[in-house]
Design a binder for this molecule. Structure first.
Ligand code: PXL
Length: 279
């Protein structure tokens, strides 16, 4: 039986992030994806100027009211970039409306990277988005988002002890399982995992590839979601997400494209399907 995943993110028309990444990746995993676009932008906000931004907040309730009349059910709700504080509140209502005992709530609290908030967001937005993690079964923050959620300084030289402390604190705050991305160790880059079901902490890594590209967080979170919904374990899903993200960065690094244009994740879809034993 195909799983139906509700993906709530923006559409950045150019630049490969959010829905233009989530939809093809979840499809490659064999899932049905229902989309709820939060905003339409000409590009994402990372490094571009003069981008258009059309907020779709007023469309959200009519769309979900139509779905309610059709009795549509979701196996997972996967949220990413939200455009305003008002939308965060609406997404909480949408989760309350559609969550069944088997619906997995996966929240990527998209608000910043490299120690800085993304363009257009302020600390009031960050504080409100932090509270959305309390509705989640699984959260996928990077270190910047973790610092904002916990209201702590962005670390200069974090070590494993630091990551374990942050994972524990994020779990205590949200009550969710936590996948902390951007965890570095020697020449490796990966993620820390706090599994709320087993109450255990683990780390998975892939080789670190030089270069910073936009949209890698969305590739990671979408692969993770697609894999979890195929009943892969949290550790195996996180390892697959690390491997696919690393491989997409590696391909892009060789192409020498503008870092704002996103990663060549499309070319890693056969590898993803192999890892998930779909082909
Ligand atoms: O990749 C996260 C993301 C999603 N959507 C928009 C963004 C960003 C990051 O910059 O600007 C519009």
């Amino acid at each position: 039986m195909q799983k139906n995943i509700l993906a709530i993110h923006d559409i950045s028309c150019f630049g490969k992030c959010s829905l233009t990444v989530a939809l093809p990746i979840l499809s490659a995993c064999g899932h049905t994806t229902t989309v709820l676009p939060t905003a339409v932008l000409s590009t994402h906000t990372g490094g571009f100027t003069n981008y258009t931004f059309n907020d779709l907040t007023t469309d959200l309730l009519p769309i979900i009211n139509h779905w309610k009349s059709l009795n549509i059910k979701f196996d997972a709700i996967y949220t990413g970039y939200l455009g305003s504080i008002k939308q965060i509140d609406m997404v909480k209502q949408i989760i309350d409306t559609f969550k069944t005992p088997t619906t997995q709530i996966i929240v990527d609290p998209v608000m910043g990277d490299g120690g800085k908030l993304y363009s257009g967001f302020d600390t009031a937005f960050a504080q409100e988005l932090a509270t959305l993690t309390k509705k989640a079964d699984i959260i996928i923050p990077n270190l910047t988002e973790a610092s904002l959620i916990l209201n702590i300084d962005y670390p200069t030289a974090p070590n494993e002890e630091y990551y374990i402390d942050v994972l524990n604190k994020l779990h205590i705050y949200s009550n969710a399982s936590v996948i902390l991305t951007g965890v570095a160790k020697d020449n490796l880059l990966g993620a820390g995992i706090y599994d709320a079901n087993t109450q255990t902490t683990s780390f998975v890594y892939a080789d670190k590839i030089n270069g910073f590209y936009h949209g890698t967080g969305d590739v990671f979170a979408s692969v993770l979601t697609g894999s979890l919904l195929l009943d892969e374990s949290i550790i195996s899903s996180t390892q697959i997400a690390c491997d696919i993200t690393k491989s997409a960065i590696e391909k892009t690094y060789h192409y020498k494209t503008d870092q704002r244009f996103g990663v060549a994740f499309e070319q890693c879809m056969p590898m993803l399907m192999q890892k998930l034993k779909l082909i």
